[in-house]
Write a protein that binds this ligand. Structure first.
Ligand SMILES: [Zn+2]
Ligand SMILES: [Zn+2]
Length: 244
């Protein structure tokens, strides 16, 4: 999809805040007052997965205790309040004009984290899910990111073969089990050979999806795999009954 065709997703309402309906600031979707509802994923974050840490440590519990197939993951916001609303409006409310702003915020993190990838892929959904939703939300983010970062987007390099969406309520280990075998090579898989691959997704929770897609990328002989998401959940202490 060429960038000029993407302009049709510009907000039809103009620069209106998605939270209060007031006049938005420069980015076009959030006003100055409501910007505080977006919590930057900055400060003390896990060196591996990029999620906000809950204690004085270098790596979160999940990264310390479980294998991570990707080399590194980074995200812009903590997945709560404002970021959650923007993703919900975009993904489920079909507010496609938000894709440009979401991608731009992600592009800034990519640059700040020196991720240096040579090709990008989206965390794919099954064709049935894309049809049901009406659009491929991660592929659309890739279109914008590709244009802004000048990194080619290899659509359909990795495909999702079976739906494993019933992740809610599963522990991290169960999630990993649930995603195994869900992904496979697509027609563009050869473009990942020797490449430094960037996986683009909207939200990183436990990282099970990212790991499953990364595993496929490595099977296609990628030289490295990093993950970029708009938001990520806070790390949770596993001993306190958290995620994994
Ligand atoms: Zn506002
Ligand atoms: Zn981590």
């Amino acid at each position: 999809m060429a960038v000029d065709r993407l302009t049709r997703f510009i907000s039809p309402a103009g620069a209106v805040c998605v939270f209060c309906g007031g006049e938005a600031d420069g980015c076009g979707v959030v006003c100055e007052k409501c910007r505080s509802r977006l919590t930057e994923n900055a400060g003390r974050v896990c060196k591996k997965c990029g999620r906000v840490l809950i204690a004085e440590e270098e790596y979160c519990e999940t990264c310390r205790n479980h294998s991570r197939v990707f080399d590194l993951a980074r995200s812009r916001y903590v997945y709560e309040d404002g970021a959650r609303k923007i993703i919900t409006d975009y993904k489920y409310g079909k507010a496609l004009y938000l894709a440009k702003v979401i991608a731009h915020d992600m592009a800034e993190v990519y640059a700040a984290a020196d991720m240096n990838c040579t090709v990008m892929i989206n965390a794919p959904a099954t064709p049935a899910r894309v049809k049901e939703r009406g659009f491929d939300h991660t592929a659309l983010l890739c279109e914008y990111l590709s244009a802004e970062l000048h990194i080619p987007f290899a659509a359909d390099a990795i495909v999702k073969k079976k739906d494993n969406s019933a992740q809610a309520g599963l522990s991290g280990a169960e999630r990993e089990e649930n995603v195994l075998g869900a992904y496979g090579r697509g027609e563009n898989a050869k473009r990942l050979r020797g490449a430094h691959v960037l996986i683009v997704d909207d939200v990183l929770t436990t990282g099970a999806t990212a790991s499953a897609v990364a595993r496929e990328a490595y099977k296609c002989r990628a030289a490295g795999v990093k993950v970029l998401t708009y938001a990520s959940t806070r790390s949770v202490n596993i001993l306190s009954g958290g995620e994994i």
